[in-house]
Design a protein around this ligand. Structure first.
Ligand code: C6P
Length: 403
């Protein structure tokens, strides 16, 4: 186990007071705080290296390009992709999924084709497919949930038909903090020759990801949820698939030659990176990955799992507590009696406790439970047992006010 206080010292914002109380930041599923090295990497890049990448013969452009491509290599290593051609930088999970929906859709989807998603998807893994339904006439098939809110594997196996073209599911639910056995789901899809996209937005900061071991065809995540900056994310895709897909956006960098008669496209990964990329974001993301690796992703996971178990035990002692799903280490969603989640969230905020309330951009899941929303506490490597105690004490205090 790492030294928690030492880790916390690396995150300047954690020293802040909110309404005169120490910040208890438990909204990490929305975004994580940034360690000093990531903040400094951004300053350093703009102070000493800044120049547009892949476009200049001059010194700074060469250095910026080297650092940008080195960042790609560090991401490749982190997720164990076969080659750096398979690592596309995007703005985040949302853009990565939209890219696949658009480019895979453009190339492989037609009227009546089917895409399988699940009841627990984030809106960014629902709406891009609905847009394809409008444009292309595809149909969505939705994996239902079992009583315990896990994905119904038996029902899933019955959703395949000769029209199924893609499965797109989340690794870990952002609402319930519950991880799906995606490897099994991938294997089932592959037995039908159907590729799979895994939304790794909520798994990447909490577990070791090996895209080759998972055999995922696409894996997407956001930099800001793994201690990196906002505005940068990753689309991993198998080279053969990416090569066979039409480009997403047109512009500079994604082309080989442009004539008014005909344009030819650049090779991977540049074919999918039109325009000036967020090279500073990529450089800082690589720094965040280095930071995570220096702490150890297994150690982080172990700490977060222990903290989740501890918090769950304490929460369950609160009268009227209702916990949704089976949280396994990243987030816990709950309601207390009939206190509205927004009321609970607002009052906890006055105690310096940052949690998220509402539908968490997963309305179909919230509708499945028939509730207005939940209160969600979500964890990162720097959260402490004392913070969990503060949360539980805060909820108990608010619950007493509502008695
Ligand atoms: N969930 C949450 O508070 P972006 O916004 O592109 O970085 O990530 C979108 C996204 C996609 N899939 C899952 C499973 C997610 O959890 C998220 C982001 C945040 O739960 C903000 S809504």
């Amino acid at each position: 186990m790492y030294d928690l206080q030492e880790i916390r010292n690396e995150f300047p914002i954690l020293q802040r007071q909110i309404y005169g109380k120490p910040l208890v930041y438990l909204d990490n599923a929305a975004t994580t705080q940034k360690p000093r090295c990531v903040i400094e990497a951004i300053t350093e890049a703009y102070t000493n290296v800044n120049a547009n990448v892949h476009r200049g013969v001059h010194f700074l452009s060469q250095r910026a390009t080297e650092q940008y491509e080195d960042a790609r290599e560090r991401v490749r290593r982190f997720i164990n992709a076969k080659s750096r051609q398979e690592v596309i930088f995007t703005r985040g999970t949302t853009e990565s999924i939209n890219l696949v929906a658009s480019s895979f859709g453009d190339t492989f989807l037609g009227e009546g084709d089917e895409v399988i998603i699940s009841t627990m998807e984030h809106h960014s893994n629902i709406v891009p497919w609905q847009l394809q339904a409008q444009r292309k006439g595809i149909k969505l098939r939705v994996i239902p949930l079992r009583e315990d809110a896990s994905l119904d594997k038996e029902a899933y196996t019955t959703l395949f038909s000769e029209k199924t073209r893609l499965v797109s599911i989340t690794h870990t639910s952002n609402v319930m903090g519950m991880t799906n056995p995606v490897k099994e789901f991938i294997d089932i899809a592959h037995s039908h020759n159907v590729p799979v996209l895994i939304d790794g937005a909520q798994s990447i900061p909490h577990k070791k990801i090996d895209v080759q071991e998972l055999d995922a065809d696409f894996f997407v995540f956001s930099g800001h949820k793994i201690y990196g900056p906002t505005g940068i994310g990753v689309l991993y895709g198998k080279e053969e698939l990416l090569n066979s897909m039409n480009p997403y956006q047109g512009g500079g960098e994604m082309i080989q030659t442009v004539r008014f008669e005909k344009t030819t496209f650049n090779e991977l990964p540049y074919k999918f990176e039109a325009g000036t990329p967020d090279y500073v974001g990529a450089i800082a993301l690589a720094q965040a990955i280095d930071f995570v690796e220096s702490v150890g992703i297994e150690q982080i996971a172990a700490h977060e799992q222990q903290l989740t178990i501890y918090t769950l035990d304490k929460l369950r002692e609160i009268p009227g507590m209702r916990i949704f799903g089976k949280p396994d280490g990243s987030a816990i969603s709950f309601l207390v009696g009939d206190i509205h989640p927004a009321d609970l969230g607002t009052l906890l905020d006055r105690l310096g406790i940052a949690i998220r309330t509402g539908h968490h951009c997963a309305q179909p899941l919230i509708d499945h439970f028939g509730i207005p929303g939940t209160v969600r506490a979500s964890f990162a490597m720097y959260n402490t047992y004392e913070e969990a105690d503060t949360l539980v004490a805060g909820i108990t205090r608010v619950a007493k006010m509502f008695e």
